[in-house]
Ligand binder design. Structure first.
Ligand code: PXP
Length: 243
């Protein structure tokens, strides 16, 4: 089974990181999202963190209003964020773990911790008509638990793969968990640390239908602009998919 089109959702968090370095008005992640969309992005991802280090509340409201493709809201499982999601009704919510001191989302969700809270949160998202995804490490137990908890999708954390590109165990784990998840009826997404140079092996995995990519695209945009950066990433994904 080879999925023909693999969705590229561009994460615009680090456009906001650059703006927040000066607490000014530019660059604007909402304007960047529009350029990403016109350059072929299939969706826009943004993470409203508890510490508001990059995306601000106003950004997420404006993204929800202005994104013309679909908005994937990344958030921690907190009452504040669930209420916001129920209000904004994005196309999709990806639940991620959050630790204040981390530089980025370092590991996947621990789905064995507080399974009741997770199941209740997923049920609330479903009632609000929002597709749900759990950001997990490529671990068979976590894939099975995600299914039992009622998620629609899993996003496999590609950080370990990206950090140790020569280590075949990481891509093998991503492949195995993609197959297992798809067999269980989950939609399979992947992301974190992907670049034009390492995206190929992940994009090749037939079950993976969506990639969430941010830092590499925003970094490349400094040199070539965000439109070209999105197009380059798309080209790398399409080449790997044999399209
Ligand atoms: N997916 C999830 C769940 C994330 O938390 C992040 C980082 O915000 C990404 C994908 C994108 O990672 P990167 O910025 O390294 O491309």
């Amino acid at each position: 089974m080879r999925a023909t089109h693999q969705r590229l959702y561009v994460n615009v968090d680090h456009v906001a990181t650059l703006r927040q370095a000066r607490r000014s008005h530019e660059p604007d992640p909402v304007a960047a999202a529009a350029v990403c969309e016109s350059s072929g992005a299939d969706g826009i991802t943004a993470h409203l963190r508890e510490d508001r280090r990059h995306i601000q509340d106003e950004d997420i409201h404006l993204l929800a209003q202005n994104v013309r493709t679909v908005l994937n809201l990344e958030m921690a499982l907190t009452e504040e964020m669930l209420v916001l999601a129920e209000h904004l009704r994005p196309h999709q919510v990806t639940l991620v773990p959050e630790r204040r001191e981390e530089v980025t989302t370092e590991g996947g969700l621990d789905v064995t911790r507080e399974p009741n809270a997770l199941a209740k949160g997923l049920a609330r998202l479903k009632r609000a008509g929002i597709r749900s995804s759990l950001f997990i490490d490529p671990d068979a137990g976590a894939v099975r638990s995600s299914r039992e908890l009622g998620a629609d999708a899993i996003e496999l954390h590609t950080g370990r793969y990206a950090n140790a590109i020569g280590d075949a165990r990481h891509i093998a784990a991503l492949r195995t968990c993609s197959t297992l998840g798809a067999e269980l009826g989950l939609a399979i997404h992947a992301g974190h640390g992907l670049t034009v140079n390492n995206v190929g092996l992940v994009a090749e995995i037939p079950e993976i239908e969506e990639l969430n990519i941010g830092h590499a695209i925003v970094s490349r945009a400094v040199f070539v602009g965000i439109s070209a950066a999105v197009r380059e990433m798309h080209a790398a994904i399409h080449a790997a998919r044999g399209m």
